[in-house]
Design a protein around this ligand. Structure first.
Ligand SMILES: [Ca+2]
Ligand SMILES: [Ca+2]
Ligand SMILES: [Ca+2]
Length: 405
């Protein structure tokens, strides 16, 4: 009970202060009291804050702009109004913080004698509900890593459910349970304090923490530091899926609207693009190879992903084999091509089209040889096949054995 009274008084006094600093004489009772977050790369003073709301199709709409506070102590530096009280529980928001001066570059909790200019950006993506139910929200290098991991799923194929799942997956890869509630979830990112929680980071994020922060200061994205630290080559191209040839000499990359990119990776430190094929502007988001590595099966399209077959036996000059993309009943989310008794079959997780098995031996005469419908509660999103190719497991909620005749 005592705790509740203190919080109420605290919120009121903040509201009055805020109103006075804007020069207004009267306190508006309809405006929700500001809820403060902290921009903490180290603590960033005078950084610009943009808060976006994602529409139902994933487009960001700018809702509020703020500037982070400066001050004499780290406790005072980096605060901004999150507008949490005005957010909708079920919507997703991106809090984007750019520039400013970092007053605790080494994240030791002690104010630095001179600030470091920040040329970069840190973002946080979370639902209104997540943001509202966090008392001490922080936008950090870690929230930026999570944002960068999920950003492509906002750009294409957006749904709140998909995004929530991708955020969960990304969080699992980056942090342990930092807030000590026994589970690893977005709250461990929203409350991540760089001063206290560094030991709770995983692998490369723990090892490269200082390096990643300085890369952000310099204005580059956080992942460029992660990639550089892996000490192998990288190519700056859009990539949604990759298929590797048997001897790891060729990588076929589904590169969205940039098409299919074929990359020589025989020298891993210097990958080179051999060719690019853009069949249409609809985008390629999935790729798999035939067992001999000479044919690439890709999907074309965003909402309805259709099958396109490409001869890559000469990786410098790929050729489309099918006269038109093959339209399955649903939208292809995963596929695998196997040779059985001298014929090539595509096993396709076709989302609401269920499981589809196609004979693709002749790219211009594709036939359906078997299918299983999706159910009301479960669309087909993944497949895996037994080693001797006599069983196929269809993935998501319904798990079935399927025997090939
Ligand atoms: Ca410091
Ligand atoms: Ca936790
Ligand atoms: Ca279709």
């Amino acid at each position: 009970m005592l705790r509740k009274i203190i919080l109420t008084v605290g919120a009121l006094s903040v509201s009055v202060l805020f109103s006075c600093s804007n020069g207004g004489g009267s306190v508006s009772t309809s405006e929700p009291a500001p809820v403060y977050g902290t921009a903490q790369l180290g603590n960033l003073a005078e950084a610009s804050v943009e808060i976006y709301e994602l529409t139902d199709n994933g487009s960001p709409v700018l809702k509020w702009t703020e500037t982070t506070s400066s001050g004499e102590t780290l406790d005072e530096i980096g605060k901004f109004n999150t507008h949490a009280g005005e957010m909708e529980d079920e919507k997703y928001y991106i809090i984007k913080i750019t520039g400013g001066q970092d007053w605790d570059t080494d994240d030791n909790g002690l104010i630095d004698s001179l600030p470091t200019d920040n040329k970069g950006t840190i973002r946080l993506i979370a639902s209104g509900k997540n943001i509202k139910s966090t008392e001490n929200l922080k936008v950090t290098m870690i929230s930026e890593i999570i944002y960068e991991k999920v950003a492509k799923y906002i750009k294409y194929d957006y749904s709140k459910e998909n995004l929530a799942q991708k955020i969960d997956d990304a969080v699992e890869q980056v942090v342990e349970d930092t807030n000590g509630d026994g589970q690893v979830d977005i709250y461990d990112v929203i409350t991540f304090d760089p001063v206290k929680h560094k030991p709770k980071l995983k692998g490369i994020y723990k090892r490269e923490f200082v390096n990643i922060v300085s890369v952000i200061h310099s204005g580059k994205d956080a992942f460029s530091a992660v990639k550089a630290s892996l000490n192998i080559g990288s190519l700056d191209i859009e990539s949604y899926a990759v298929a590797l040839s048997d001897f790891m000499t060729i990588a076929c990359i589904a590169s969205g609207t940039s098409g299919l990119q074929i990359v020589d990776i025989s020298t891993p430190s210097s990958p080179t693009i051999l060719s690019t094929l853009v069949p249409t502007t609809n985008g390629i988001y999935l790729v798999t190879l035939s067992p001999d590595g000479k044919i690439a099966y890709v999907t074309e399209g965003t909402t309805d992903k259709q099958l396109e077959i490409i001869d890559i036996s000469n990786p410098n000059n790929p050729q489309i084999l099918s006269s038109a993309p093959y339209d399955t009943p649903g939208s292809i989310t995963y596929m695998k091509v196997s040779e059985i008794n001298g014929k090539l079959y595509a096993f396709i997780a076709d989302y609401d089209g269920g499981l589809q098995i196609l004979n693709v031996s002749d790219p211009n005469n594709i036939s359906t040889v078997g299918s299983l419908p999706s159910t009301d509660v479960s669309n087909t999103v993944g497949l895996t096949m037994s080693k001797n190719k006599d069983k196929l497991w269809e993935c998501l909620l319904n798990c079935v054995n399927f025997t090939i005749a």
